[in-house]
Design a protein around this ligand. Structure first.
Ligand code: FAD
Ligand code: SF4
Length: 338
């Protein structure tokens, strides 16, 4: 592991100025980059692998005093970015009103990791593409811009079928972000010039021609909170993976419904494990709205969700699997007791 300088920020102002003054930029490989440290379960891992090489690590855990609250006031939910995954997943109000959030967190990683890891760090985690994580492979446009992509013709069983580009087909690996996208969450961002909010769906960038730039965060900015309007008790997070625990999604669906007398009034669907960014399936949602639910409708919606999917040598199975996950998650959401 390379040497780096460690700073502990006492408050948000100190954290932002430490990050900004260390000439951070969006390319994690730039040696001058400063990176915030939350739970450290991604950052330290990637520093040990020599994939991320920050010159400065700014520990933001002291900010938890003001950035870790779980506030459910009226019909709005606000989650601090430094709230631990395990605390949010175990909160009875979240379980009752947002099962989609509780389950996306409960089904992620392991209990030990969830006790360390924060919501902000979770949405900022990096792809698990094995060519990205192993620096002995030179060809990785995300790690080494312009070098090519070893996964295109390599072992791409875990890679994306939606939102890919000629430059990168890496899957966005997290679970919680799908719940946020489905619920039209906003993300609150704190930087040198104060706080701004944007739709969470605009945080992650599809790879396009610059896969090394993964988010719209500006240098020195921190995620401080997530906000959700309305309560979504009829919601599910279904995750298919190689084993039942401690494993990333091969395909997942985050679904929130408003159903009255068997008719779907509103439908929100986001897909995980199959796309380069947390993926909203708007075509599927449009098919469902105003319709009486049955199995055939669920299958049509699932087909629509994957209409633009593009499989490669080892990952075409994700299209069939993803359709089944969406159809089953819809059935679960419609029939669940609330
Ligand atoms: P850190 O490691 O501290 O930070 C991660 C990144 O985010 C760093 O680049 C850091 O600089 C940046 N960052 C941290 N906080 C902020 C902030 N507030 N604003 C801006 N940038 C910030 N995740 C899943 O979703 N599903 C899984 O199934 C899953 N399985 C896993 C299995 C293993 C073996 C491991 C090691 C991890 C797994 N994870 C999984 C990932 C895990 O959930 C993340 O590592 C964790 O959520 C990251 O949170 P952290 O607080 O530890 O982040
Ligand atoms: Fe790198 Fe993306 Fe190709 Fe993986 S898929 S090797 S992250 S460019």
């Amino acid at each position: 592991m390379r040497s780096f300088s460690y700073q502990r920020a006492a408050d948000a102002g100190a954290a932002v100025s430490a990050l900004a003054s260390s000439a951070s930029d969006n390319n994690p490989l730039t040696l001058a980059t400063a990176q915030p440290l939350a739970g450290g379960t991604t950052l330290i891992d990637l520093m040990k692998l020599d994939v991320m090489r920050p010159a400065t690590v700014v520990d933001i855990n002291a900010l938890a005093r003001s950035w870790s609250a779980i506030d459910l006031g009226g019909d709005n939910l606000r989650l601090g970015a430094l709230a631990k995954m395990s605390d949010v997943a175990a909160n009875p109000e979240i379980q009752r009103n947002y099962p989609i959030i509780a389950n996306s967190l409960k089904l992620a990683a392991s209990p030990q990791l969830r006790n360390m890891a924060t919501l902000g760090g979770n949405v900022m985690q990096r792809t698990r593409c094995s060519y990205f994580r192993d620096i002995s492979y030179e060809n990785c446009n995300k790690r080494n811009p312009g070098s090519g992509c070893a996964a295109m013709d390599g072992f791409n069983r875990m890679h994306a079928v939606l939102g890919t580009s000629d430059q990168c087909i890496a899957t966005y690996p997290g679970d919680f972000a799908q719940a946020l996208v489905a619920l039209d969450a906003t993300v609150e961002i704190t930087g040198k010039s104060g706080t701004r909010s944007l739709p969470f769906a605009q945080l992650h960038k599809p790879p396009g021609n610059s896969p090394e730039i993964e988010t719209t965060l500006q240098p020195g900015e921190l995620i401080s909170a997530f906000a959700i309007s309305g309560r979504w008790p009829r919601s599910v997070y279904l995750k298919a993976r190689d084993r039942q625990s401690y494993e990333f999604a091969l395909s997942s669906a985050a679904i929130a419904l408003d159903v009255q007398d068997g008719v779907i009034r509103d439908a929100r669907i986001a897909l995980g494990g199959v796309a380069t960014v947390p993926w909203r399936a708007r075509e599927a949602e449009a098919l469902l709205k105003g319709q009486q639910f049955d199995d055939s409708l669920a299958r049509h919606a699932a087909d629509a969700a994957f209409a633009d999917a593009k499989g490669r040598r080892h990952n075409t199975y994700k299209i069939a699997l993803g359709r089944r996950v969406v159809a089953r998650a819809l059935q679960q959401a419609v029939t669940m007791e609330i």
